[in-house]
Ligand binder design. Structure first.
Ligand code: CO
Length: 251
């Protein structure tokens, strides 16, 4: 059972420079930052409504995250789903023959965590996490993570894979060869890869701004490169550490 998108993970060269955009311009509150020795990274979680954004900086050249950075550059790396019982979830996935990177949960920034093999989810690296017990409340946030956009060679096949693996219900869409799956109060939007430059896997994040005008003022002050529309803005990846970021005023 999956409760929500816990976080979207972004690989960055340095946390300190990424904070200048994600914490200071977007205004996301830093929840925690820690070194995760086993993975050779330093990572931070920032509150984005019901979900969080994780920034990950490699500390060792031989880590998987360092190799990702060297070959792909900064950008979206993984998505993490919150489950109340990660051990049971892993056991269930393993029993169905799903390829896992971690067969046992281990300690991570989000709690007890484990990764599936990206092959299991059509090129999307999925992390599962069971946060420490206690009430989950990120409080007020200037931006809420609404959707993760995924490019797929075959939209129906990728959609049905996520539905089957995690039980996400499909939401009605009024047009196009797309599929939207609800994950808690957030969603996965699966689109044909030719719509997104041929990229299969995670391609973009959509967020909703509580105070769009104040955000645009911070964009101006910070010299952020973005394409602005009425009530929505698309940040150029050079300003957002490789991430296509759509931010809108409305739901
Ligand atoms: Co993560």
């Amino acid at each position: 059972m999956i409760r929500r998108i816990h976080h979207a993970g972004i690989v960055v060269e340095r946390l300190s420079t990424a904070y200048a955009f994600y914490r200071d311009v977007l205004g996301l509150r830093l929840m925690q930052e820690a070194e995760i020795a086993g993975q050779g990274v330093r990572a931070a979680l920032l509150a984005a409504g019901d979900s969080e954004i994780e920034l990950v900086e490699p500390l060792r050249a031989d880590s998987g995250v360092a190799r990702f950075l060297a070959t792909r550059g900064e950008g979206l790396h993984h998505v993490c789903f919150d489950t109340p019982d990660i051990a049971a979830e892993l056991h269930d996935l393993a029993g169905r023959g799903i390829e896992l990177l971690d067969h046992e949960p281990r300690d991570g920034l989000a709690g007890r965590i484990a990764f599936l093999h990206p092959r299991a989810c059509d090129g999307v690296l999925v992390e599962l996490a069971t946060p420490p017990p206690g009430h989950h409340d990120n409080g007020q946030s200037p931006l809420r993570l609404k959707r993760l956009v995924i490019g797929a060679r075959d939209v129906a096949a990728t959609s049905s894979r996520f539905q089957t693996l995690f039980g996400f219900p499909e939401m009605a869409l009024n047009s196009g060869p797309r599929s939207m799956l609800a994950v808690g109060r957030g969603a996965l939007l699966i689109v044909p890869d030719e719509e997104v430059g041929g990229t299969a896997g995670m391609v973009a994040l959509s967020l909703v701004a509580e105070d769009f005008r104040a955000l645009m003022q911070r964009f101006d002050a910070g010299g952020i490169k973005a394409m602005r529309g009425t009530g929505e803005v698309t940040v150029e990846p050079q300003s957002s550490h490789g991430v296509h970021l759509h931010i809108s005023r409305y739901e």
